[in-house]
Design a protein around this ligand. Sequence first.
Ligand code: COA
Length: 290
Amino acid sequence: MPYQTILVENQAGVVLVTLNRPQALNAINGLMMEELLRLFRQDLPGQTDIKGVILTGAGDRAFVAGADISEFLGFNQENIETFIRRGHQTFNAIEDFDRPVIAAINGYALGGGCELAMACHFRIATRNSRFGQPEVNLGIIPGYGGTQRLVQLIGKSRGLDLLMTGDMIDAETAEQWGLVNYLVEVGDEIIKAREMIEKIADKAPLAISKIISTVNAFYNKNKNGFELEIAGFAALTDTNDFKEGSKAFLEKRKAIFKENKFQGSVTPWINFSNALPLCYFSRFGIETCH
Ligand code: COA
């Protein structure tokens, strides 16, 4: 089924996803959230040739200026929870995706836009980008994981500052605070993101996937990251890529990783009717349950 709010292009294994509602500064409406969920839970996981995903905003003003405020007036306490949980599922799917996902931020990353960027594994921002969680100005709080991921990335003091004042920070401050990995000139964000994905694509795919799931476990109170590290390390020693990596080092040559290119690594069980729970099964067992 074609997408209506996002553009998806597979460019030699690097998937460029453009959030495409420039008339509303790419604000995330309900349909865009559904389409992002479908992309990361259904459409991308089975594609074994994908090296990584880049998210960026259409136009030259914004990555994403937040959730679409024009939909807000229809919300009430009864119907909002399903909506918010769907946002959590989507952003968790991005965070748990087993190949690198990079936010190429080209302008405003506010509210849900900052939250979306934070759910990605890396953030590359143009120098004119601006970041903030202005929900407090609307009488609400971030609803797509922002209260948690912001504090994970920049700490409690700075996190509370942005959350309670609703202030925006510039890209340089975002980089100094650890919200952004790299700053680039306008127009270079996709180039830099693609370079990172190509560099990571040279590594052993299953090791990359394990790094993502093990690091994410640090932030999941229901998981024991140390135990997952032990199990993950043990499982990886059973792969040909591990043997190739060690052999190549000893033979003083570049390792060529080709085994287990994510074959069957993610088989989603999707239940759209009641929204929860969503579980992923990998060749190493259950990876994720939200
Ligand atoms: N939801 C819906 N529409 C939005 C939007 C959002 N989050 N952010 C921007 N837009 C729309 C504006 O309504 C405007 O539409 P219009 O041309 O039909 O009037 C268009 O995008 C351009 O935005 P505008 O406000 O005119 O641009 P600006 O340069 O004056 O200000 C921002 C840019 C980003 C500072 C301002 O748009 C803003 O504060 N947006 C909301 C940010 C926010 O609170 N996000 C969190 C939501 S929970």
